[in-house]
Design a protein around this ligand. Structure first.
Ligand SMILES: Nc1ncnc2c1ncn2[C@@H]1O[C@H](COP(=O)(O)OP(=O)(O)OP(=O)(O)O)[C@@H](O)[C@H]1O
Length: 245
């Protein structure tokens, strides 16, 4: 992990913006983790991993932070502004990011959900220096090729939403390895929403669990997702006997 004391982070803190229009009873402020961010603000560490059940608000949160940073909600860099469908919430307009003075303004947002569209956009707008033909690679290969490209080589704010989707166990480990290399540079900051215990194991990361009560900082060992996987792998029948078959 880089030296957080001397190198400014792209996003130190998230808080309600002075001109926020989102009211308390309006989605997504009805999600407890979002309400907590709007109420109390949230510090971001150099590496932050967000976990929680389906529907807890992880995607809504990371998408709003990425958008507030200037990244396309459908994925891409600060320059990629392709959009196929507007589904994002208005949360990005109701939060402000407190940026580290002098920190990098570069960033990239990768989300499994919209990666196909992003690759089409990148191929259609390929630079002369020979863009990778992402569509000719498998999903996992294209994901790892993206991480190894110059988009992720310098300082910046890198946001990922469920990056594990479609990745084998080995590819998820390769992703963790790439993340370790990234955050070894003090000017790099990552924010990742995941269901994967492998991705959540990123050494040194602050893990935030989202649930119906709000946001809770946890250790990896204490995460529900880790405990469920551990128990399932030890004895699948413990879980399977509750299913109808
Ligand atoms: N436009 C919308 N209006 C109202 N509710 C919405 C809207 N979009 C999403 N939701 C709801 O907000 C909740 C949070 O969704 P979100 O996608 O952020 O959850 P998540 O934690 O990322 O879940 P998953 O792990 O399944 O991706 C869900 O219950 C979802 O149905």
């Amino acid at each position: 992990m880089g030296d957080e004391w001397t190198t400014p982070l792209p996003v130190r803190r998230i808080r309600r913006s002075d001109d926020a229009t989102l009211s308390d009873g309006q989605w997504p402020a009805t999600l407890a983790p979002v309400a907590q961010v709007l109420d109390r603000g949230l510090e971001l560490a150099q590496a932050t991993v967000v976990v929680g059940e389906n529907g807890a608000g992880k995607s809504t949160f990371v998408e709003a932070v990425a958008t507030a940073y200037g990244l396309s909600p459908e994925g891409g860099s600060t320059g990629a502004m392709h959009s196929t469908r507007v589904t994002e919430s208005s949360l990005s307009q109701s939060i402000s990011l407190v940026r580290g003075a002098g920190a990098s303004r570069w960033g990239y947002f990768l989300r499994a959900e919209t990666m196909h569209g992003l690759f089409t956009y990148l191929e259609d707008n390929a630079s002369a220096r020979g863009e990778t033909r992402f569509h000719e690679l498998s999903h996992g290969e294209s994901f790892l090729a993206m991480l190894n490209s110059n988009r992720f080589s310098g300082d910046g704010f890198f946001v990922m939403d469920e990056p594990e989707a479609g990745l084998s166990f080995g590819a998820q480990l390769a992703l963790v390895d790439a993340l370790i290399q990234l955050v070894s540079q003090p000017g790099v900051q990552v924010l990742i929403a995941t269901h994967s215990p492998v991705v959540a194991s990123l050494p040194g990361a602050t893990i935030l669990e989202f649930d119906e009560d709000g946001i809770h900082e946890r250790t990896w060992e204490d995460l529900d997702v880790v405990e469920h996987h551990r128990r399932f792998l030890e004895a699948p029948e413990r879980y399977l006997r509750h299913l109808r078959y």
